[in-house]
Design a protein around this ligand. Structure first.
Ligand code: GDG
Length: 581
């Protein structure tokens, strides 16, 4: 069992350089035409792209081999094996706990020889780094700098398991009853944001672009803005929902968070409604801020923040390719492992074990479906992979217990000899295993109660290379804005309606399934990760240009008549995506 806390990788490093077109034909196109960042890029994220770990099991096993020989570890997360380094007589494995985003940004950083600043959570991380905690990565072909922030257990408990995941996560998803107020969490969150901001300032030059990721850094942007040169660009992407003003009022230090985020030149969300809610919260909470609803800018404390919606996509080519290359033997061994009959109709759910993902509601709908449809007993199996996450937090622990007990109860209620309706696993699947399941699944059920975007729905579509699967999708996901019209939409809390959509999904005619999936694939490929990054970088270029323009106007007009509107005069920006994303 592997505990995961952030976005995960389905892309091994070697995968990233070869590409396939939408029909899966290999192309020779290089990544040189991929998204390029305007200037030297400094990425800030909680999770790091490369993690160094002592591999004591391997060291012990290798005792009778030459201590000087570098060994190659076979890893369980689907990424390519990395050579191990040696530290004293302990061997070190380089792990890539990369996510969709991490996998996408890594080549951009390599290309621009940029800097990545992240929490060093590997037990060997600081033993391989220099005095500034920097290490050149990737280890086999170093091309950019990873600076690791060393956090004490207390800092991690308060900043990560505290304010980030006991306050901001539930609050932004609208679970105000789950918000926990612990005395030191906010202060540690501020301190850790300050540590990251200081690290950024050590690297930032007048031409740098600083790009922060997610809700772990709501206070850092303003700290950075106040220290770096005026012409440095500061941008942030908020990967989770932004709550309504009524929910946001429960946020401790809400005004400080808004002020922090308004330290950015550019602030990105997945979809329009989060942008609108953010502007609404600013409008209500910060009287000194001027919100331009038409331009979607906020001018506060003499600086302007552009707020944009750019829905994140997945690395479509790698899912397509992995699905095509997943052979029948891979699928057979998975079906054998989980004791699933080859001919059965398969429903699939893939989630972090998180209370926002609507897993109990999904199980209730499956139970209702089975009550109504005895003819499907023995013919339909639902596979749920649920990877434990944030288990230090009691709410997550309890949620896991609830899910496990519901699976058990439903299986006891309907199971017959040789058939359980639900196959539940907390195994962490490799990228190819996951894609084999995506490809084989007749229906994919994505039922979050609230979800910023949801990458799983898009991964399923990208891996549905036979074009005949059906997506059952919650209306409460960001992904629904793009995919909803061709998916079977559900309200995850309406269990009867949900069960009806499951009935519909298992009986959709083949031509209907193909028609829907074809459109879904076009949308997911058009708005993929590469498109998302390119659009982000286009926006960054646009705000950078505007900043230079308004600065030179300031300089030349100082003392003379000045165009006082110049800060909000942003009639520019990247083109809209070619599809309906
Ligand atoms: C946040 C926002 C937003 C899961 N089990 C395995 C595995 N996974 C991978 C999936 C997918 C990822 O985990 C989960 O991504 P989601 O987007 O569904 O959800 P969050 O982790 O909550 O992500 C979300 C996202 O940020 C990006 O902005 O979409 O709204 O909450 O990639 O494939 N991967 C493998 N084995 C598993 O067993 N290999």
């Amino acid at each position: 069992m592997r505990v995961i806390d952030e976005r995960l990788s389905l892309t091994s490093p070697s995968d990233r350089h070869s590409r396939a077109d939408r029909r899966g034909r290999e192309t020779t196109e290089s990544r040189a035409d991929g998204p390029t960042c305007p200037s030297s890029l400094i990425v800030v994220s909680n999770r790091q792209p490369y993690r160094h770990e002592y591999d004591d099991a391997a060291s012990a096993a290798g005792d009778d081999q030459s201590a000087a020989t570098a060994t190659v570890e076979t890893r369980t997360d689907g990424a390519a094996p990395e050579p191990t380094a040696e530290s004293g007589d302990r061997s070190i494995t380089v792990d890539e706990p990369t996510g969709g985003l991490t996998a996408g940004l890594d080549p951009v950083l390599k290309q621009s020889a940029g800097t990545w600043i992240a929490w060093g959570d590997g037990d060997a991380d600081f033993d391989v780094a220099d005095e500034q905690n920097c290490v050149a990565v990737p280890p086999d072909d170093p091309s950019y700098t990873l600076q690791r922030i060393d956090l004490s257990d207390e800092a991690v408990d308060s900043y990560y398991y505290g304010f980030s995941n006991r306050v901001l996560w539930p609050l932004c998803h609208g679970f105000t009853d789950l918000v926990e107020h612990r005395s030191n969490d906010l202060e540690w969150y501020r301190t850790v944001n300050e540590r990251f901001a200081e690290a950024v300032c050590e690297h930032a030059t007048a031409d740098s672009v600083v790009w922060l990721q997610d809700y772990h850094f709501a206070l850092a942007s303003r700290m950075i803005r106040e220290t770096v040169p005026r012409s440095t660009t500061v941008a942030q992407f908020w990967h989770i929902p932004w709550p309504t003003a009524a929910t946001f009022q429960h946020c401790p230090a809400g005004r400080r968070l808004l002020e922090g985020l308004l330290g950015n030149d550019l602030l990105g969300f997945h979809v329009d409604r989060y942008v609108e809610r953010f502007l609404d919260c600013v409008d209500r909470s910060l009287p000194a801020a001027a919100v331009d609803w038409g331009q979607r800018t906020v001018t506060y404390d003499g600086e302007t923040t552009r707020v944009v919606a750019t829905p994140m996509g997945v690395d479509t080519e790698s899912y397509d390719r992995n699905a095509r290359s997943s052979g029948s033997s891979q699928l057979s061994s998975l079906l054998e492992r989980y004791d699933i009959e080859r001919e059965t109709v398969i429903g699939l759910g893939v989630d972090r074990l998180d209370y926002t993902k609507g897993i109990p509601e999904r199980l209730a709908a499956i139970e209702r479906f089975l009550e109504w449809n005895p003819s499907w007993h023995g013919e339909f199996t639902f596979v749920q992979t649920a990877t434990p996450s944030r288990t230090e937090i009691q709410t997550y622990e309890r949620h896991g217990e609830l899910v496990r007990s519901e699976v058990k109860r439903i299986n006891q209620r309907f199971g017959i000899q040789d058939w359980d309706p639900i196959v539940y696993t907390e195994d962490y699947l490799t990228a190819t295993e996951l894609c084999a399941l995506y490809r084989r699944a007749d229906l994919m059920v994505v039922s979050p109660l609230v979800d910023g975007m949801n990458l799983v729905a898009q991964e399923y579509v990208a891996a549905s290379v036979d074009g005949d699967g059906t997506l059952v999708l919650s209306q409460e996901t960001g992904a629904h804005e793009t995919l909803g019209s061709q998916a079977l939409t559900i309200d995850p809390t309406d269990i009867d309606g949900f069960a009806h959509q499951l009935e519909r999904a298992v009986s959709l005619p083949a031509h209907e399934r193909k028609r829907r999936m074809n459109t879904l694939r076009n949308r997911v490929f058009d708005g993929n990760l590469e498109w998302w990054m390119k659009t982000q970088f286009d926006w960054i270029r646009a705000v950078k240009t505007e900043r230079h323009r308004s600065d030179s106007t300031r300089d030349t007009d100082s003392g003379a008549d000045r165009d006082t509107d110049s800060d909000s005069d942003m009639e520019f920006g990247p083109h809209e995506p070619s599809s309906s994303v």
